[in-house]
Design a binder for this molecule. Structure first.
Ligand SMILES: Cc1cc2nc3c(=O)[nH]c(=O)nc-3n(C[C@H](O)[C@H](O)[C@H](O)COP(=O)(O)O)c2cc1C
Length: 192
């Protein structure tokens, strides 16, 4: 069995000055340094730029190609990490809209959740919405979650983490998620 895991990061903010993408990129960097991680796919909803949800018959070929790329990345992943800012007490609409295009991709897949806010509450309301979403679609939630407060002060000029607590919390979060992935994968290999 391949013991390097494929991870997909979904970055949910679409506004120009978004800070949460720095959190997502930092998680990507930390994953790159891990020996248990193989391929990492970074899915930035701003770049995929899906329109407000439309049914299959209305989708252009070009949109279908973008959706297929997103879907394949989810399907090929051993774990998905959702990174959303908190907007008006919930996850970003751009994140929810992108996620709504998919469904079967989520079932029984390990999920790690990250919420981001400029305030002191770490985007707890967005986190609750993501927990509800993943539970509803049948994903498997990692118990440890990463809540990022005061994100505007968390990074230095080179986009390195300067907030010591975030440094520790993000490492702990990834350790727990990857432990969950290895347990899930080894159980699955026993069932084959
Ligand atoms: C439309 C909008 C609504 C927001 N609502 C909240 C909120 O409900 N709670 C909160 O803590 N921060 C809120 N914020 C601040 C964000 O937490 C802040 O912008 C942070 O940097 C994460 O979002 P970003 O990735 O867009 O930068 C809001 C920001 C925007 C643009």
């Amino acid at each position: 069995m391949d013991s390097k895991w494929n991870v997909c990061i979904v970055s949910g903010a679409s506004r120009k000055g978004r800070h949460s993408v720095r959190v997502a990129r930092n998680i990507e960097n930390q994953l790159q340094d891990r020996e248990d991680v193989g391929r990492i796919r970074f899915l930035d909803v701003e770049q995929f730029n899906f329109p407000n949800y439309i049914d299959g018959a209305e989708r252009s070929e070009e949109l279908n190609e973008r959706l297929h790329a997103f879907s394949s990345s989810l399907l090929e992943s051993d774990a998905v990490i959702l990174v959303s800012p908190e907007y008006n007490g919930g996850m970003a609409g751009s994140m929810k809209n992108a996620l709504d295009y998919f469904r079967s991709e989520y079932a029984r897949r390990p999920f790690g959740l990250v919420s981001v806010s400029a305030g002191t509450m770490g985007g707890i309301n967005a986190m609750h919405q993501m927990v509800d979403f993943v539970s509803y679609v049948g994903g498997w939630l990692c118990g440890k979650r990463l809540l990022v407060s005061s994100v505007q002060n968390a990074f230095g000029a080179e986009d390195q983490i300067v907030d010591e607590r975030l440094k520790k919390d993000s490492a702990d979060f990834l350790n727990e998620l990857m432990l969950m992935v290895s347990v899930v994968r080894s159980e699955r290999s026993l069932q084959r």
